[in-house]
Design a protein. Structure first.
Length: 171
């Protein structure tokens, strides 16, 4: 513990009770101080275009999210995206991903895919700040594409629509 005889310590034995009293409310009443230590990032993370989703003769250029950090950040904090762009979230095991409009600045559509076929859709997921609705599917899927709201309707995407995913060559 503390060696109060050590001159390098900034806290004296006489000051210890005051320190305990200062932090007692935190421990006794469960005051949430986690927000004091939370690092928040409001700058968007933009990944390079390394994938493409082809729906018939139409294409969506994709930023490919390959890890949990880029999954968590996704399209948040962006003012907008072009209508022919989106983000692809891949899942390597059957582990459901959950989406919401939290910290988004524009509405999106979510396209859930399993083996190149649409297995679920959510249109017009609105931005939110508190008490956001979570969107996921119970059935199996191996990828999710998040695009600007209206894309699903514009491209006439429905359940069982075929979507071919291709990736840029990684050297």
């Amino acid at each position: 513990m503390f060696d109060f005889n050590n001159k390098k310590i900034f806290l004296t034995k006489a000051q210890l009770p005051f320190l305990v009293m200062a932090f007692a409310p935190v421990f006794l009443y469960g005051v949430d101080v986690s927000s004091l230590f939370k690092v928040t990032k409001t700058t968007p993370t933009i990944l390079p275009i390394t994938g493409q989703a082809s729906i018939g003769d139409k294409a969506i250029k994709l930023e490919v999210s390959k890890n949990s950090l880029s999954h968590a950040v996704g399209l948040t904090h962006r003012k907008d995206i072009e209508s022919d762009r989106g983000m692809l979230y891949q899942t390597t095991t059957w582990q459901p991903l959950t989406f919401s409009g939290k910290e988004m600045e524009f509405a999106t559509d979510l396209i859930f895919i399993n083996k190149d076929r649409v297995v679920g859709l959510y249109s017009n997921v609105e931005p939110c700040t508190d008490k956001c609705i979570n969107y996921s599917l119970r059935q199996k899927y191996d990828a999710v594409i998040e695009v600007k709201a209206g894309t699903v309707e514009k491209l006439e995407i429905k359940n069982d629509t075929q979507i071919d995913l291709t990736y840029a060559r990684q050297d």
